[in-house]
Design a protein. Structure first.
Length: 322
């Protein structure tokens, strides 16, 4: 067992406090759903976009590029939802349906094409904006838009699939909370086991602190907590989805094992991006804990993969069209 550093208790306490504060902000919006979570995701997107645009410590992207990226990200996430509802209901927002455009993972091809072409053309016309800049912003815009769409999907898909069934807002928020529980129990388990027992490094080039012991600790803790969460929900008559029950436990095993694996890869991915730009954190909005992306890097990847797995099960295994 490694000798525990004197500052461990303080660092762990701060970590837990930040997690609880973020949870206290996020969970009410997740449970409420509707326009509350739409607004919550939009605010989160603004902060996240600001962080991906501020990764260059020695310079900044031109203002027109920054404004353009903001607009394109909002459009990629909400375009289908806004377009479908506006065609059907116009400005009568009380009639707008959240099961239209938010119950599937779909990026508008037109918006994506405009984003890619404009950024690459900008590298020709603006000497301050290089091809690697365009490639980076296109890639990060894709990842952010897919992740935020997945976040909204996991909240609104239960509303759609259960239809008129008598389920509360809390019950329909369980799928998204399940993904959150799986992600953050990975982080806590890996941190605790890695701190006390970690000695074999996973990838020093990307992250010098992550160990194999911590990885397996996070894997075990995440599986136990997330699978237990789904089991309890089903036991109380509130399954995450009609096919995520103890009768079809294998899908829950697949998801509960996938989450800690993807959480680790997501953490490594964002750590590599920070190393590439020579920065410690994406921002300092959370003080020593960094920025929004520093805290939800793993979660952003997990919600995307969970969405893909659920979509595959729903579309191909059960062959029910959306």
């Amino acid at each position: 067992m490694n000798q525990v550093q004197p500052e461990f208790q303080k660092r762990f306490s701060n970590r837990v406090i930040v997690a609880l504060i973020l949870a206290a902000i996020a969970i009410p919006a997740i449970i409420a759903g509707g326009w509350f979570i739409i607004l919550f995701a939009l605010i989160g997107l603004i902060f996240a976009t600001q962080e991906i645009l501020n990764v260059k410590p020695d310079s900044t992207y031109p203002l027109p590029i920054r404004i353009f990226v903001y607009l394109m990200l909002v459009m990629m996430i909400y375009y289908v939802f806004i377009y479908n509802n506006f065609i059907d209901f116009g400005f009568d927002f009380s009639q707008w349906s959240f099961a239209t455009g938010l119950n599937t993972l779909e990026l508008p091809t037109l918006v994506l094409t405009i984003l890619a072409l404009t950024l690459f053309f900008s590298s020709i016309t603006d000497v301050r904006f290089k091809v690697p800049d365009a490639t980076y912003l296109i890639t990060m815009s894709l990842m952010l838009s897919l992740s935020f769409q997945s976040f909204l999907f996991l909240r609104f898909f239960p509303d759609f699939i259960f239809g008129d069934a008598s389920r509360s807002m809390v019950e329909n928020s369980l799928l998204l909370l399940y993904a959150g529980v799986g992600t953050f129990s990975t982080d806590i388990g890996a941190y605790l086991v890695g701190t006390f027992f970690g000695s074999h490094k996973m990838n020093v080039r990307v992250s010098k602190n992550k160990t194999w012991e911590g990885f397996f600790g996070g894997l075990a803790s995440s599986f136990i907590v997330s699978f237990g969460f789904a089991w309890i929900a089903d036991a109380f008559g509130s399954p995450l989805l009609p096919f995520l029950t103890m009768e079809e436990w294998y899908w829950l095993v697949l998801l509960s094992v996938s989450m800690p694996l993807i959480a680790t890869l997501g953490d490594f991915t964002f750590s590599l991006i920070k190393r590439e730009f020579g920065i410690k954190n994406f921002s300092n909005i959370l003080g020593e804990h960094g920025g929004i992306l520093d805290r939800v890097d793993s979660f952003s990847m997990v919600v995307l993969v969970v969405t893909l797995i659920i979509s595959f099960i729903f579309d191909f295994v059960y062959a029910v069209p959306i």
